[in-house]
Ligand binder design. Structure first.
Ligand SMILES: C[S@@+](CC[C@H](N)C(=O)[O-])C[C@H]1O[C@@H](n2cnc3c(N)ncnc32)[C@H](O)[C@@H]1O
Length: 343
């Protein structure tokens, strides 16, 4: 029996993906709890003097670099172009849009070239995003849970998803509120095109537009719900301030804001791990966002009842207060920023 060289290559690519995923699991469920035990046993000791720290830190960044290499090889072996969308979803690009320097200046999540450079960037991001949540987001359950538990059931006329990426945060809004006009906005042209392709494949009539969320081009008062998922921690704090002003502008009176992101937990070790994660995972603005008072910023932009509530993707989703169940392994402190525009 002979094995073709392309089969051997494919087996090698699968093995690389399996290896890096196993490595990330052990980092999360074995190395992180060990470092925590050392941290708790040595109050006041700088974390980088603890015996497991060097392993923890190296594995965090090294496994992420390996992940992108393995995913890049898997995508590079296939067709690297995004075909035009043929289903009911649309993509509107803005070739004159200037991408901000803070956005292009950093390979976010250590993904070489970021998510915006070319078609391959978006395809690599799509596959990487599927793998990076360690199998916890099969069929994008996480995003569905956010919509199902954090968004009140209403007759929304228009819903806007800021920073929609390739659309996985946007699809559940259209699925749950089919009568609403649903618009996804992103800076990345390849992501916008991929989002329209994938939404179309699901039969979802979503409009995807390339724009900066802080200057969305949407009509004032045109929207009943503005949402974002994993956007604000990628933006400088001053830009988040502009985002609240834009959200308040596009919302109709009584409209809702729901941003899913991260918050500080008050657990010194966990919060420190998130600050370091921001550094090692090329998310330079995340610690600044987590230290800023976003509810106060939202209120300054005209929102009321602005508050963070915890979100647990492995349980019932929105938890209703800012407290999370205890869990030993490394995991994100998900939280939803909720606010309303006065009626
Ligand atoms: C971590 S991804 C999340 C994507 C999507 N919401 C999801 O949950 O899969 C963040 C996205 O925000 C986009 N983005 C960052 N800053 C933006 C801005 N100012 N305006 C529009 N999109 C932005 C990035 O291009 C990226 O696609």
């Amino acid at each position: 029996m002979s094995t073709s060289s392309s089969n051997v290559d494919a087996i090698g690519r699968d093995a690389a993906l399996d290896f890096v995923l196993a490595l990330r699991r052990r980092w999360a469920d074995t190395v992180y709890p060990q470092l925590r035990r050392e941290f708790d046993a040595a109050p006041g000791a700088p974390v980088d003097t603890l015996p497991t720290y060097a392993w923890f830190a190296w594995l965090e960044r090294g496994s992420q670099q390996m992940l992108w290499r393995a995913v890049g090889d898997a995508i590079g072996a296939g067709d690297r172009r995004i075909p035009p969308a043929t289903g009911p979803a649309t993509a509107t690009l803005d070739p004159s849009l200037a991408l901000p320097a803070w956005y292009t200046g950093c390979d976010i999540h250590v993904q070489p070239g970021g998510v915006w450079r070319d078609d391959e960037s978006a395809l690599v991001y799509e596959l990487g995003a599927k793998l990076v949540m360690l199998g916890e987001n099969d069929d994008y359950r996480f995003h569905r849970l956010f919509v199902e538990t954090s968004v009140p059931t209403r007759a929304y006329r228009r819903i806007v998803d800021f920073g929609c990426g390739f659309g996985k945060s946007t699809w559940p809004f259209k699925a749950l509120f089919p009568e609403a006009e649903v618009i996804g906005i992103d800076l990345s042209a390849p992501c916008v095109r991929l989002a329209a392709l994938r939404a179309g494949e699901r039969g979802l009539a979503v409009q995807f537009r390339q724009a900066n969320a802080v200057a969305s081009g949407l009509e004032a008062g045109s929207t009943d719900l503005v949402t974002s998922t994993m956007l604000v921690h990628e933006m400088p704090v001053a830009e988040i301030g502009r985002l609240f002003v834009e959200a308040a502008r596009v919302l109709a009176p009584g409209g809702l804001l729901r941003f899913l992101d991260f918050q500080r937990t008050g657990d010194a070790f966990r919060d420190l791990a998130m600050v370091e994660h921001g550094r090692r995972n090329n998310e330079p603005f995340m610690p600044l966002m987590m230290a800023a008072d976003l509810p106060a910023m939202a209120q300054s932009a005209g929102f009321v009842n602005a508050r963070w509530v915890a979100f647990d993707e492995r349980a019932q989703g929105r938890l209703g207060e800012l407290a999370w169940p205890t869990r030993a392994e490394w995991h994100f402190p998900w939280a939803v920023l909720e606010a309303e525009k006065p009626a």
